[in-house]
Design a protein around this ligand. Structure first.
Ligand code: C5P
Length: 323
């Protein structure tokens, strides 16, 4: 395939990983920390492979992008929640936007020169502790939404409550919940203390919009990945990267995702802002990231050249699909 031979194909499987990563992935495939119940034949069925448009419509139909609101149980009965949780869904407060950019934190963004292009979008989503300061040329400077996990919120190194990194744009947080739990069960068994940190942050920054993803969203999306793969995937929630991509598809007419599918700059450098090397950042260990990338490759409406040169995937927003 010449120049484009290096582009992600949509049939990556754990058998293509190096032996160390393969073992880690196999361990996670066997472990079931969240009590995932696989319905149906799960992975080994011979159901027909869906086309890109069919897959897009399936995601639109079966994945509800929702956030916690003050009226939901158990929050409505807790003293802090009605004061601090938003009264409305994120999707009713934000957008609709015409064009959106999702900026993965991948090391391959280094020396990409994509900053201007990223900033030209109406809305830009970034992840966790990814900075713009000092990296504007490659990742831009606009941050409309920042999606953060509960581990970042709780860790001392990230100074979540005080760092200016988190003070611009809209914050959206998530935490892995048990697979079939209701909100009360999750509230009492979060992976990291998301609700304690949420309350603290909201009291320190009462003017900044801050949402929490409904955990149903994570697992509905997980089910779409598993149902469309030929092998069992890790029984852990999708990565922030895929959660953010689908979140933006619910707000935007068109979504460009940068360096989620690696370009010709692909590297084992984990993040563009850190000198840390690990192939697991790009291929997944805990998260079913390999399979998330297969799914995104199949849904991509842009060219392989866009991926190869710019690390750019083009996805239609839910509002722009004819299903
Ligand atoms: O590491 P972190 O989760 O903050 O990165 C944000 C997202 O970017 C990841 O969840 C993953 O989807 C994506 N990513 C990637 N390849 C990397 C680093 C991050 O695909 N090397």
């Amino acid at each position: 395939k010449g120049l484009l031979g290096e582009v992600w194909n949509d049939e990556m499987s754990s058998s293509m990983l190096g032996s160390r990563l393969k073992k880690v992935v196999q361990n996670y495939q066997a472990m079931n920390k969240y009590g995932v119940k696989v319905s149906g034949p799960g992975g080994t069925s011979n159901r027909p492979k869906l086309s890109g448009p069919e897959l897009l419509c399936q995601v639109k139909e079966k994945v509800e992008v929702t956030t916690l609101t003050a009226d939901l149980q158990p929050f409505s009965a807790l003293s802090w929640a009605p004061l601090l949780l938003p009264p409305q869904q994120l999707t009713s407060d934000l957008g609709p936007y015409k064009s959106c950019a999702v900026v993965s934190s991948a090391g391959s963004l280094r020396n990409s020169g994509l900053g201007k292009e990223i900033d030209s979008h109406d809305s830009v989503l970034r992840f966790n502790a990814a900075p713009t300061s000092g990296f504007e040329k490659d990742v831009g400077s606009k941050t409309t939404i920042r999606l953060i996990n509960s581990q970042v919120m709780a860790s001392d190194d990230h100074r979540f409550l005080s760092s200016s990194l988190y003070s611009s744009g809209v914050l959206v947080a998530w935490d892995p919940a048990p697979f079939s739990s209701n909100l009360s069960q999750w509230y009492n068994h979060t992976d990291y203390p998301i609700f304690i940190q949420y309350q603290r942050y909201r009291r320190l920054h009462p003017q900044q919009p801050f949402y929490i993803l409904h955990p149903r969203f994570e697992w509905q999306l997980w089910q779409r990945i598993q149902d469309n793969m030929a092998e069992p995937i890790q029984k852990n929630p999708p990565s922030s990267g895929l959660l953010g991509t689908i979140l933006m598809m619910s707000l935007c007419e068109v979504v460009h995702v940068y360096e989620f599918l690696p370009s010709r700059r692909k590297t084992e450098l984990c993040h563009y802002f850190q000198r840390f090397y690990d192939a697991a950042c790009t291929l997944g260990a805990y998260h079913p990231l390999l399979y998330e990338k297969n799914l995104v490759k199949r849904m991509n409406q842009g060219s392989d050249r866009d991926i190869y040169v710019n690390g750019r995937v083009t996805l239609p927003g839910f509002s722009a699909m004819n299903c």
